[in-house]
Design a protein around this ligand. Structure first.
Ligand code: SAM
Length: 238
């Protein structure tokens, strides 16, 4: 991996790190490479882009949003562990849950966490089902999600997981600006209040328009949400 690129990026974003974190990033890249030989886990990118698109883009939240020590965090549709694993590498104090509908990805995540000596809970489930279960519903301080669905759909997949006062943060590209209104309308139905769009600058990627859409949970989610698996995407609330 391009360690210098990672360190320069973390410093430019003013995100604290230690030597153990850098070792774990290197190890995570190696484990991804190993699995990618026989599994379609992540797009194969050249080294610099990989650091920027996966690691720095994931941890950029730490430069913009204050996540308290030991906060309960769920990464919805984590895939190969983004953004959850890079965030956990820098913040091993967090109580991280990584949720994905694909079992082979969950098996990869379990193995990677064990080998990096990191603690997180891996949940193999659809967000719609986990969001209706007593174990996960309204149990988190933060719900994070990247590259899973449009903001109006994501609201239904994320907000049911949040305790009142918690935040949903959706990673978005240039389309995020146009998705704000549907995020706002869907959030209203789900007990959330859309708060803000935060523009994100990834170091040395001035042409990338990345942003976070942030929604606060203000009251309990009505029992009918999330609707059954597949419905949020087929019939978005907004
Ligand atoms: N978040 C990762 C990233 O940024 O690289 C993965 C993105 S990948 C394009 C989308 C992932 O979301 C897939 O791993 C898929 O299985 C998962 N996913 C999509 N819909 C889901 C749902 N309703 N519940 C749980 N996982 C879901």
């Amino acid at each position: 991996m391009n360690t210098e690129r990672l360190i320069n990026g973390l410093e430019a974003l003013k995100i604290p790190y230690d030597q153990r974190a850098i070792e774990r990033f290197i190890q995570f890249h190696d484990i991804l490479d190993e699995y990618n030989q026989h599994m379609d886990l992540t797009a194969v990118l050249e080294e610099e882009e990989r650091v920027d698109r996966h690691d720095l883009d994931s941890v950029a939240i730490l430069a913009h949003v204050a996540i308290p020590q030991k906060a309960r965090v769920i990464d919805v549709g984590t895939g190969a562990g983004f953004p959850g694993i890079p965030i956990l590498i820098l913040r091993p104090d967090l109580q991280m849950t990584l949720l994905d509908a694909q079992q082979k990805r969950c098996l990869f995540l379990e193995d990677a966490l064990k080998r990096m000596e990191l603690t997180a809970t891996v949940v193999h489930a659809r967000a719609e089902d986990a969001g209706q279960s007593a174990e996960h519903r309204e149990q988190y301080d933060f719900a994070l999600s990247r590259a899973v669905a449009s903001a109006g759909v994501l609201a239904e997949l994320m907000i049911p997981f949040l305790d009142i006062g918690g935040y949903a943060v959706a990673w978005k590209g240039p389309k995020g600006t146009g998705e704000q209104e549907s995020a706002r309308r869907a959030a209203f139905l789900l007990g959330g209040a859309f708060e803000k769009l935060i523009p994100v600058q990834i170091p040395e990627r001035e042409d990338w328009q990345h942003m976070f859409l942030v929604t606060k949970k203000v009251k309990n989610t009505p029992r009918m949400y999330p609707r059954k698996a597949g419905t949020p995407a087929k019939k978005p609330l907004a």
